[in-house]
Design a protein around this ligand. Sequence first.
Ligand SMILES: Cc1cc2nc3c(=O)[nH]c(=O)nc-3n(C[C@H](O)[C@H](O)[C@H](O)COP(=O)(O)OP(=O)(O)OC[C@H]3O[C@@H](n4cnc5c(N)ncnc54)[C@H](O)[C@@H]3O)c2cc1C
Length: 372
Amino acid sequence: MDYDIVIIGAGVVGLAIASELANLKKEILVLEKNESFGMETSSRSSEVIHAGVYYPKDSLKAKLCVKGNELLYNIAQNNDIPYKNCGKLIVATSSEEEKNLSPIMEHSLEIGAKGVRVVENTEIKKLEPNVYALSAVYFPTSGIVDSHSLMKFFYGKAKENGVDFLFKGEVFGIEKKESFYRIEIKEYDGQISSVSTKIVINSAGLNSGKIAEIAGFDVEKLKYKIYYRKGIYFRVQKKLANMPKMLIYPVPPEDSTVGIHTVPELSGGMRLGPYDFWVNEIDYSVDSSYLDLFYIASKKFLPILEKEDLSPDMAGFQAKRYGPNEKSRDFIIKEESKNGFPNFINLIGIESPGLTSSPSIAVEVKEIVKNL
Ligand SMILES: Cc1cc2nc3c(=O)[nH]c(=O)nc-3n(C[C@H](O)[C@H](O)[C@H](O)COP(=O)(O)OP(=O)(O)OC[C@H]3O[C@@H](n4cnc5c(N)ncnc54)[C@H](O)[C@@H]3O)c2cc1C
């Protein structure tokens, strides 16, 4: 046997798992198709440490977000990873929207978010003088983190503890043998190689459905197929970067989970986004024709914004387990003996709050591995 554990994918989730499993004294290999870690979804997010708002009670998303929030602040604090506990407001700009605030607050408290409360106009003016809102829900545990530094920390910790990494190593085949798996890899020079492993951990992000499929899972039946939801951002001129300082979110619109919000950056800049929509292909371009839409959506709560302040920025893709007109589905994080694949752990549909949840997902996976 070459390895005890092979982890497919070095995004924030695969890296968090590698660093968490590293002290189990097992032989571990991480396979990553790109030349370095975190070159896909994990470096194309809002970098928000979520408090826990948008996910159904008793879902893995809710549980792992609330737990991940606490773990992530601890990790950042203790390891010099830049972060800011800036807090967040979900703002109502009409009396119609105000009706949604109490249910949002109650739901967040129910799933475990801490210190959430409704704030009135006078307090909002003190907190954020440049924001227009009739009232808002305040989330004191929301913040932002430098996701690249976080990934670098997980990577370093895993490496120090003996985890092997193969970059430019794309998994294209997985064969189940009697008591192990053979993984086929296309390397950077086109050379084909393979490794054997007792345990497979599929954390391949946008490709997690495809990895399950090549291993032999019936992805349609199991609802493991991944659909792409593109999220685009516009950059705001630097002069407005600290106005506001907090994360300002709208009441979630019907066609999006969160809606276009402010994305303060630790480097001192600010983005707005994401505006998200279904696509069939990965294309990271951002069409400037969305400028009006961004302006109209953000001007409602940020009256100081002018059209000239906006320019197209970046895009990222959420790996979702459901497509257009389907109801939202939860993360899959499970060992697959029941589906005929013992010692195969699938992580599928790790969309937002996947960054926040990365440390708690890693703890969850460690518990599974310890019981194998
Ligand atoms: C627009 C947007 C905004 C977001 N905002 C937030 C936020 O504010 N807060 C939050 O908590 N979450 C947020 N998220 C979600 C979060 O970014 C993701 O949940 C998280 O980054 C997923 O990490 P991952 O490691 O699963 O996936 P990835 O980062 O995609 O990593 C998967 C890795 O697997 C590799 N891989 C794929 N196929 C193969 C193969 N065949 N062989 C080898 N390697 C392979 C890929 O190259 C990649 O590096 C956001 C996401 C998007 C798109």
